[in-house]
Design a protein around this ligand. Structure first.
Ligand code: FE2
Ligand code: FE2
Length: 485
């Protein structure tokens, strides 16, 4: 009964928010009791500081000067954060899921400060600021984690009688945590991080003591152990639900998806061995190219593993799987061939959705050919039919969209280069360079890279990286080595 009542109130509130949402405001889709709602980002930006203000209000005596001071403090802290987002984190600014996640982590952090304060004989060394910071780093990125750490550590000091030791302790501990978060690749690493943080935090306390800023008390070390225990628990308990609820694709999840025991990758290996080999090569080429321009190389690598999964549906129509069978394209018209080949993108997206792959990976599958022309079948169609007006170029183009991110562009170029060089028998370094540069120029001239913010410098680095990867894949001797012989 009560649940029903709360549910109806919440739904009415959410419908109200939905109705008030203007189209121009960035909104996010959000499922609540199976109802899709949209929350405008401005509401999130207003609600979070308001909640923080209300929590902090409980801390102070309700006098005019103190409330004014609090408004200035919260407004200032949030103002800096929003300004930073607008300037440096444009992707986050447009992503309400991420914005809500930062807000939620901030609220949980502040609540933990309050809970620890309310416990007898406790100190703010217990507050798991480092745990929340590592969660922010894993779910968002290190830059946001640094901003988050500065905000929560400052609050921890302010809310505990402006004690500088708490501020400095949590800042130092949190920075080490952010550094360690890059090394968390599986669940065992979380436990190791917790143990490592006990050592680091103890050293910080010992240094405070040696500098005579803090008395030596054994209880501080007990608090540090509790802090690390909470760190491990927070990450274990919250990482997966937050990752799922806020649609975040973390490094841990990507590493899980790159396991070859994943059902889709198993199917790819068994049903389309040629495509599987091609995907492994594209993964290696694109990962190096992504590293060369400093983008998310793990996302590109995992995206490459899955980019051609749509070929599972009709494997025999793709050249890499035609080792023992005849070419079925010989028996059908070029238009039909085009349709079958183009459909592997749509089939890939369908399979990815069926197997619950995350959106960034689905985007990579959808964009890996952009709106490129299937020139082989288009030319074949023109040759076979003198009345070439019957064939429109658009009918032989992939449906797109074009790559929207640098990651998608790198995957597209690596895929095209691997596919083009695979079939060529004799290859030397110069020929390889020629092919790779021609593919990149063709994609550029065809407008396939027009919706990414790749620079010419990026393209140059990508080109060099792909050439180097292909040289090692094809075991080509450099000119120098050949001449020496
Ligand atoms: Fe493909
Ligand atoms: Fe491919």
């Amino acid at each position: 009964m009560i649940r029903k009542f709360i549910r109806s109130i919440l739904l009415k509130l959410l419908v109200l928010i939905d109705k008030n949402t203007k189209e121009k405001i960035i909104t996010t889709k959000f499922y609540f009791w199976n109802k899709e709602i949209r929350i405008p980002s401005i509401l999130i930006i207003l609600i979070i500081p308001l909640l923080i203000f209300l929590i902090l209000l409980l801390e102070i005596e309700p006098s005019f000067s103190k409330i004014t001071g609090l408004i200035i403090f919260v407004g200032f802290a949030f103002g800096i954060f929003i300004l930073y987002l607008q300037k440096e984190e444009t992707e986050l600014k447009n992503n309400n899921d991420a914005l809500m996640l930062v807000g939620l982590l901030g609220l949980m952090g502040i609540l933990s400060i309050e809970i620890v304060k309310s416990i007898n004989n406790s100190t703010a060394f217990i507050v798991p600021v480092c745990g929340f910071t590592i969660l922010t780093a894993l779910l968002l990125n290190n830059r946001i984690a640094i901003m988050f750490l500065i905000f929560i550590s400052t609050l921890c000091g302010v809310l505990n009688e402006f004690k500088l030791e708490y501020l400095i302790f949590h800042l130092m501990s949190g920075f080490v945590g952010i550094y360690l978060s890059d090394r968390i690749n599986n669940r065992n690493d979380i436990f190791q991080t917790g143990l490592f943080m006990i050592v680091i935090n103890s050293l910080i306390i010992i240094s405070f003591n040696l500098l005579s800023y803090l008395e030596f008390k054994i209880i501080y070390f007990l608090h540090i152990i509790i802090n690390s225990g909470l760190l491990v628990m927070l990450i274990y308990v919250l990482l997966f639900p937050l990752e799922t609820f806020f649609s975040r694709l973390t490094k841990l999840k990507l590493l899980e998806l790159s396991d070859f025991n994943q059902p889709l990758l198993k199917r790819l290996a068994i049903e389309t061995p040629g495509t599987y080999q091609h995907s492994l090569l594209v993964a290696s080429i694109s990962e190096n190219a992504a590293k060369a321009i400093g983008i998310n190389s793990l996302l590109v690598r995992v995206g490459a593993f899955y980019h051609d999964i749509g070929k599972i549906i009709k494997p025999e129509y793709f050249i890499e799987n035609q080792i023992t069978t005849n070419n079925p394209h010989d028996d059908i018209s070029p238009t039909m061939s085009g349709l079958v080949v183009i459909s592997h993108v749509k089939e890939g997206v369908n399979l990815a959705k069926k197997y619950n792959l995350d959106k960034p990976l689905i985007d990579l599958i959808e964009q890996h050919h952009g709106t490129s022309l299937l020139s082989m079948f288009y030319q074949k169609a023109l040759l076979e039919n003198s009345n070439s007006k019957e064939y429109k170029e658009e009918d032989f183009r992939y449906p797109g969209p074009k790559p929207q991110t640098k990651e998608a562009a790198v995957l597209m170029l690596s895929d095209a280069c691997e596919a083009s060089t695979r079939a060529i028998g004799e290859l030397n370094t110069n020929k390889l360079k020629e092919i790779v540069e021609k593919i990149i120029n063709d994609k550029l001239n065809d407008g396939q890279l027009s919706e990414t913010n790749l620079t010419f410098s990026d393209l140059d680095k990508i080109s060099k990286s792909i050439i180097n990867s292909l040289i090692s894949i094809h075991h080509i001797r450099t000119e120098y080595e050949t001449n020496k012989k």
